[in-house]
Design a binder for this molecule. Structure first.
Ligand SMILES: Cc1cc2nc3c(=O)[nH]c(=O)nc-3n(C[C@H](O)[C@H](O)[C@H](O)COP(=O)(O)OP(=O)(O)OC[C@H]3O[C@@H](n4cnc5c(N)ncnc54)[C@H](O)[C@@H]3O)c2cc1C
Length: 355
């Protein structure tokens, strides 16, 4: 069986981002890489969005970028600007195509469907498949989105709606999210923060239909694309081993208070590429401990007081948008952290400081 210097298990966002980064920086000229990915072919299956707080390799896969966003409570709307950190949406179809095309040109990179097809004894392994262990107390961000094409040009495509809490909460935390790609085309998502133990929250089609027709007041539209997903708001229990590190969601790259993962994956790929020659002796890249701590408190508040969350999110955005964006994208300094903490309701956060 063939042997490789490196193996990437899972050719999804993290696996492909890492392979691309290594190839781009010529780290695979004298080294071999196997990518293990069971899917038969790649097609668009996700829209990755984030505030662009750092440069990445995929500007040419950006479907649209915005400099304005809004957030709605049940009674008010806030309009905010993000000129310094535009909000970008990446089309996963373009991302997969760009990467696979480039990687196929490198004869040192091979693709396999099953790890059993190769000898992994002497390889360094980057694993992006989260362990399947489940715990019924874990929180998830689960969502369903449709891209719609409307008959009339009704969207303002200069502004996204990041969170609209003007909807039923059903004892959990629920909001809608609207990304207008064009004046007649938008992605509309229904998003829940829950333990996923209540199957009735999954009447997604009804939620979306009612929201589009009653809140957005759109009657004439067709659905051109759908996506569904669940992001773990906990760290999967994958262990790093001597010759193996975990990447992507499996490697703790998700920001637990928001689900944002894409840019953390890009930072992790860059870090690995910079340290690839001594990777066995390098401490793995991590999201800062202060965010782990603050997100832990935040999620405990969310579990105990779900009914307070719409106001908590809404009030957080009364800090300057640069401050909030940097905080949510793990780029804030201590002063900015403090400005965010001061926007939080003190008593319930204090009560949630410990488990
Ligand atoms: C629908 C959706 C939308 C999202 N939107 C955003 C967003 O807007 N912004 C953001 O920052 N984050 C977003 N996320 C979170 C995160 O960015 C994505 O989940 C991202 O794809 C995580 O990358 P990953 O490589 O860890 O996992 P994946 O991209 O899921 O890759 C894992 C790969 O492993 C493969 N695999 C599975 N089992 C095996 C096996 N046994 N052996 C080998 N390979 C296997 C899978 O086929 C897959 O290709 C979203 C997640 C989902 C699900």
């Amino acid at each position: 069986m063939r042997e490789f210097d490196y193996i990437i298990i899972g050719g999804g966002c993290a696996g492909l981002s890492l392979a691309y980064e290594l190839d781009l920086h010529k780290k695979l000229e004298n080294k071999t890489l196997a990518i293990i990915e069971p899917r038969d072919g790649y097609k668009k299956d996700k829209t990755w969005s984030f505030w662009k707080v750092l440069d990445h390799n995929f500007d040419d896969c950006v479907k649209k970028s915005w400099k304005n966003f809004s957030i709605n409570s049940s009674t008010e709307t806030k309009h905010l600007k993000c000129d310094n950190y535009p909000y970008q949406s990446i089309d996963s179809g373009l991302f997969y195509k760009k990467i696979i095309t480039k990687l196929k040109e490198n004869k040192n990179i091979s693709f396999f469907k099953n790890i059993k097809d190769i000898n992994q004894n002497k390889s360094f392994i980057f694993n992006s498949v989260p362990s399947q262990e489940t715990n019924k107390n874990n929180l998830w961000q689960h969502f369903y989105g449709v891209e719609i094409k409307t008959k009339d040009k009704i969207f303002d495509d200069e502004i996204i709606n990041l969170m609209d809490f003007n909807c039923e909460q059903r004892d959990n935390v629920h909001f809608f999210y609207t990304l207008p790609f064009e004046k007649d085309r938008a992605l509309v998502e229904t998003t829940w923060l829950s333990k996923m133990d209540d199957i009735s929250l999954k009447d997604y089609d009804n939620q979306i239909k009612n929201y589009i027709e009653q809140n957005l007041k759109i009657k004439n539209y067709e659905i051109v694309y759908k996506e569904e997903g669940a992001i773990p708001l906990f760290y999967p229990s994958n262990d790093n081993e001597k010759n193996k590190i975990n990447i992507g969601t499996a490697g703790g790259m998700t920001r637990l208070s928001t689900g944002y993962t894409f840019l953390n994956i890009q930072e992790q790929s860059k870090f690995i590429r910079e340290n690839i020659e001594k990777i066995s002796n390098t401490k793995p890249f991590k999201i800062g401990n202060k965010y782990k701590f603050l997100d832990g408190v935040f999620l405990r508040v969310l579990e105990k007081y779900p009914e307070k969350m719409p106001d908590i999110f809404f009030n957080m955005f009364s800090a300057s948008s640069n401050t909030v964006i940097k905080f949510l994208s793990n780029k804030s300094n201590l002063l900015e952290d403090l400005l965010i903490i001061l926007k939080m309701p003190k008593l319930i956060f204090l009560k949630s400081l410990i488990k």
